[in-house]
Design a binder for this molecule. Sequence first.
Ligand SMILES: [Zn+2]
Length: 47
Amino acid sequence: MNLLRKCVSCGRYSLSAVCVCNSGTTTPHPPKFSLMRKYARYRKSAR
Ligand SMILES: [Zn+2]
């Protein structure tokens, strides 16, 4: 599973833990968690 990571320095997207500018990259938000929250919110508003 390859997550898209974002550089904390230049904001460039990368798949590796270290960006081409030699800065660390981070995942903006865990997709699984945000998807579950979105689902819960939708179900809540539907009722
Ligand atoms: Zn960078």
